[in-house]
Design a protein around this ligand. Structure first.
Ligand code: FES
Length: 181
């Protein structure tokens, strides 16, 4: 009598052999694809550092009478696959207020994006690129100002008693609302 070529044991062995081949072959294909996707999508996985809190100055570097001081804001720039520390991302005027509070104003004019200048004790304001001028609290002084809003105030936090941390952000110029860019 001839052996039965389609016995259940042989069927099971053939099935297991094929299943193993599929699993091993599949893992050999999937692993490099997943690794490749991780590399391609890496910049998307990284959290943008825009809007992060940055150490800008210390309290004792600010005049107690509230006169504004200008500081560069340095941060880590994440550009596709590169991380570059201590890159200038903007600048702020800091003013020391009562009770060790600090006001931070972005130096960029909301009209068309020039840098405003503090115009010392004579004017005691932030000077114009065109015809805008801003009070020390950042508000628009002239009702005919071309700037649609005052200077952009930024959140400040005092840490460890004297460190001035600013949550730096730029905003869209030419519009009334503060729209982060
Ligand atoms: S850019 Fe400031 S007034 Fe025009």
């Amino acid at each position: 009598m001839e052996p039965n070529a389609d016995s259940p044991a042989q069927d099971r062995r053939a099935f297991l052999t094929k299943a193993s081949a599929v699993v091993i072959g599949g893992s050999l294909v999937v692993a490099p694809v997943v690794a490749g996707l991780c590399v391609v999508l890496d910049p998307l996985r990284r959290k943008s550092e825009a809007g992060a809190s940055v150490l800008v100055a210390t309290l004792n570097s600010l005049p107690e009478d509230g006169e504004p001081r200008k500081f560069s804001v340095l941060a880590t720039r994440v550009d596709a696959w590169n991380r570059t520390p201590n890159v200038p991302i903007g600048a702020v005027y800091l003013q020391r207020l009562k009770d060790n509070k600090v006001r931070a104003l972005n130096v960029v004019c909301p009209h068309a994006g020039c840098f405003v200048d503090y115009r010392s004790a004579n004017n005691n304001d932030f000077g114009p690129c065109h015809n805008s001028s801003f009070a020390l609290d950042g508000k628009v002084q002239d009702p005919k100002s071309p700037s649609p809003r005052g200077l952009d105030e930024l959140p400040v936090e005092i840490r460890n008693g004297s460190e001035v941390w600013v949550t730096f952000q730029n905003f869209r110029a030419g519009v009334h609302e503060k729209i982060p860019v």
